[in-house]
Design a protein around this ligand. Sequence first.
Ligand code: DX5
Ligand code: ZN
Length: 225
Amino acid sequence: MEIAPSILTADFTRLGEVMEESTAAGISWIHLDIMDGNWVINKTITFGPAVIRSIRNRVGKDVFLDCHLMITNAEQTWQQYADAGVDLVIAHIEAVDDFAALANAMHEYGIQAGMVFNPATPVEEVIPHLSYLDLVLVMSVVPGKGGQSFMPEVESKIRALRAAIDEQKSTGGRATKIMIDGGIKAHNIAMVKEWGVEVAVVGSGLINDKASIVENLTEIHAALG
Ligand code: DX5
Ligand code: ZN
């Protein structure tokens, strides 16, 4: 199971040190949450491509960076994130008109393409797109902020995606990865792994005032067995 820290609960004046603590603890994937003050219900703004460029420069080329675009105009602006150094752009199905065209453009540009869907969106809307997606991200909270409670009702969506992707792989298709985002902690990470999740975003469970990143990660790895 890959653990991808979300940095929303970090002290943004210490981002470089947070990156170094994470990679020293063995992290090799960072999840970057982009909110534009419009798309999420609480109208939050987080950060943009300039901060991503600084993070890429700080971590070097071997750390995998994804950006989770919670913005109104992903189809017009995704290239800025690719140019800032991300390996994978994840856009919301609810915010994009022509997802196949978007993913195709990302692939031609040399980056990976991911789709994310909200708790209110049925998995049946996502499954027809799997053949061209490198990753599918299941939201287990309503996007907008870190530190919210996990929604266990996503189990059936994850099991449906796991079955559809296993079927796709068995017929020579793409090994689309399943990622989960929202409320993942040491107490529920083994459960979502058993459902079929391969990459877990962990924000407040990893970057908090209670313990260091390495201590929190040790607890998570212990829970995974
Ligand atoms: C929610 C973001 C998440 C979130 C994760 O809008 O997409 O990545 O910050 O944080 P935790 O793990 O605290 O739920
Ligand atoms: Zn996210």
